[in-house]
Design a protein around this ligand. Structure first.
Ligand SMILES: Cc1cc2nc3c(=O)[nH]c(=O)nc-3n(C[C@H](O)[C@H](O)[C@H](O)COP(=O)(O)OP(=O)(O)OC[C@H]3O[C@@H](n4cnc5c(N)ncnc54)[C@H](O)[C@@H]3O)c2cc1C
Length: 342
């Protein structure tokens, strides 16, 4: 039977960052990915915090655009803000760059291979038994590892998006309580297209409404929605823990995606890195995961307040333009991620 030090399940940013860090420290790592290729993923391809992008050391060729300007729409009101640079990229290119780094460090990567389950230290990968010392579940929101640990997903968001063939200069966020409840719709410019999307908790923003409002936004942007079918995906938002003896959960598998903004790439990368450090015995603390969880708690409190009472929700969105204009802390609040300053 094949034996590895660590078996990493999933070739997204969480799995690749964990695998690379372990291999760089000389551990024998096998990363399996059920899809035939590393990289493709339904995603807006946006990293909203410059510091996060720098910490991830995203190579310059992967970056498609750098944005300093953001436009917020609050119903009919429009507000433009210029602040720290934010980047867009293609998930395929990010995946390929991270794969290159992982292979360079010595990670063995096998695509088209699916974890079926495990017993003790023996994993079943398709028809092969593989013995591991550590198992990392970086297998996304529908995680087999999480299910195997008997940790059901109790809360989740759903996000839909579409790529429109046009060029726009700035990232745009659309807030409109009657349409989207407390969540923003987004427009993210890429090199030759823009990604337009909307997500939220379906308990408060039902899926049929989410889809019809996104189609309406596409129409308002001057495109016919019939030409652009929506793609959607579910994102686990509840965190059940991330260390279970010799088994770790990272990224979306651990529910680390932000509840309000839906950003999860940096959280996946950071949690993968910290899981590797723990396996290497370098740390028993997880400061990056702790700051992701703090951001999630703040966002969850905001969502609870805004969805419990539509009056509060409308009032918060009504105050936001003025607050964004005059109060730096409100802008940081909207950025909602304290870890970019860590
Ligand atoms: C519409 C939408 C837009 C988004 N836009 C952004 C954005 O702009 N910025 C941002 O920061 N976040 C965004 N996100 C969230 C982001 O995509 C995720 O948080 C991020 O990809 C999580 O990385 P991960 O490595 O944890 O999981 P994933 O990227 O989901 O990778 C998990 C991998 O595991 C593989 N896998 C699953 N099961 C198995 C198995 N049994 N065996 C082997 N392999 C398996 C999957 O094929 C997948 O490749 C968006 C999400 C959605 C739905």
């Amino acid at each position: 039977m094949r034996k590895v030090h660590t078996l990493v399940v999933g070739g997204g940013p969480g799995g690749l960052s964990a695998a690379t860090a372990l291999a760089q420290a000389g551990r024998e790592v096998l990363l399996i990915e059920k899809n035939p290729a590393i990289g493709p993923k339904l995603c807006a391809g946006y990293l909203p915090f410059d510091a996060d992008a720098r910490r991830m050391e995203i190579p310059a060729p992967v970056i498609e655009k750098i944005h300093r300007e953001r436009i917020f729409h609050f119903g009919e009101r429009r507000l433009q803000i210029n602040d720290e640079p934010r980047i867009t990229f293609s998930r395929i290119e990010l995946g390929q760059a991270m794969l290159h780094q992982a292979k360079g460090a010595g990670v063995v990567v096998e695509t088209g291979r699916r974890l079926r389950g495990w017993r003790g230290r023996e994993a079943r990968v398709d028809d092969e038994a593989i013995e591991f010392s550590y198992l990392i579940g970086a297998d996304g929101s529908n995680s087999t590892v999480r299910r195997g640990l008997d940790l059901p997903v109790r809360s989740f968001c759903v996000a839909f998006q579409v790529a429109l063939p046009e060029a726009r200069p700035a990232v745009e966020c659309f807030f409109d309580y009657p349409r989207y409840a407390c969540w923003p719709a987004w427009l993210i410019p890429h090199r030759d297209h823009v990604v337009v999307g909307l997500g939220g908790d379906p308990r408060y923003l039902p899926l049929t409404k989410m889809k019809s409002e996104l189609r309406e936004l596409i129409r308002r942007l001057g495109h016919s929605p019939e030409k652009y079918p929506l793609s959607g995906s579910r994102l686990a938002t509840d965190y059940p823990g991330h260390v279970f003896g010799n088994i770790f959960l990272v990224g979306d598998a651990a529910g680390l995606v932000e509840d309000w903004s839906g950003y999860g790439i940096y959280a996946a990368w950071a949690s993968g890195r910290e899981a590797a450090q723990a396996i290497l015995g370098l740390t028993t603390r997880f400061p990056l995961i702790a700051s992701v969880l703090a951001a999630k708690r703040r966002q969850r409190r905001l969502i609870q307040a805004m969805t419990r009472s539509p009056a509060v929700g409308r009032a918060v969105l009504g105050l936001m333009p003025a607050a964004l204009r005059v109060l730096p802390w409100a802008r940081r609040w909207l950025r909602s991620s304290p870890y970019s300053e860590a």
